[in-house]
Design a protein around this ligand. Structure first.
Ligand SMILES: O=C[C@H](O)COP(=O)(O)O
Ligand SMILES: CC(=O)C(=O)O
Length: 208
């Protein structure tokens, strides 16, 4: 079985907010605010006990939002996220068993890469859209530009340390399909329930 084309699943969604949820209610409010601002896909990281419930709540209550699971470290998490309604999944690295499970699950999946060997491994497993993490820490703009030579068939989705300003430079690279970042869901705004401001950030990001 070949891997599902994650680029097709996320086509048109150039900026994907990376969000770590504390509750289902917050997750739904965030997804609605982002959607009002013109953002159509969100990565919910599996870093809190509420994350799977938050994915299910967004899938149920904000059906216009393509919800995905991030920080998928184990096969069981991939399956839990899929059962909860996640439409794509993302990992910060590449593991053989996750590559195989993602292929078998039929879920669009972005393995994480930071080296040429990881790109080769993911490519060999059938994956063409790859997360590059942690982008700013590894000078990913230069790395992704250089990877165009040996890996012209691969598209990248950098994440890690990217803000609105840096996003422009990444999106200008022809082999960057999308990018991720938490700058659209700042902690202070989440704590204050400042959905209006999150909508403003989303509107600016949707224009990038
Ligand atoms: O761990 C990183 C998050 O996935 C997103 O990165 P960021 O907070 O640097 O945008
Ligand atoms: C870095 C990222 O996107 C993840 O935790 O999956």
């Amino acid at each position: 079985m070949s891997a599902v084309d994650a680029e097709a699943a996320l086509r048109g969604h150039r900026v994907i907010p990376v969000y770590t949820p504390v509750s289902e209610d917050e997750a739904v409010a965030v997804a609605r605010a982002l959607s009002r601002g013109g953002i159509g896909a969100i990565e919910v990281t599996l870093r809190t006990p509420k994350a799977i419930d938050a994915i299910a709540a967004i899938a149920r209550d904000v059906p216009e939002m393509i919800v995905g699971a991030g920080t998928v470290l184990e096969v069981a998490q991939l399956h839990d996220a899929q059962r909860a309604g996640a439409k794509f999944a993302v990992s910060p690295g590449s593991l053989d068993d996750l590559l195989a499970a993602a292929r078998d699950s039929g879920m669009p999946y972005l393995p994480g890469v930071a080296t040429g060997s990881e790109v080769m491994k993911s490519l060999q497993a059938g994956f063409r859209l790859l997360k590059v993490f942690p982008a700013e820490a590894i000078n990913a703009r230069a790395l992704i530009a250089a990877w165009q030579g040996p890996f012209p068939q691969v598209r990248f989705c950098p994440t890690g340390g990217i803000d609105a300003e840096r996003a422009r430079d990444y999106l200008a690279l022809p082999n960057v399909a999308c990018l991720g970042g938490s700058w659209l869901t700042p902690k202070g705004m989440l704590e204050r329930g400042d959905w209006a401001h999150i909508e403003v950030l989303a509107r600016a990001a949707a224009r990038l």
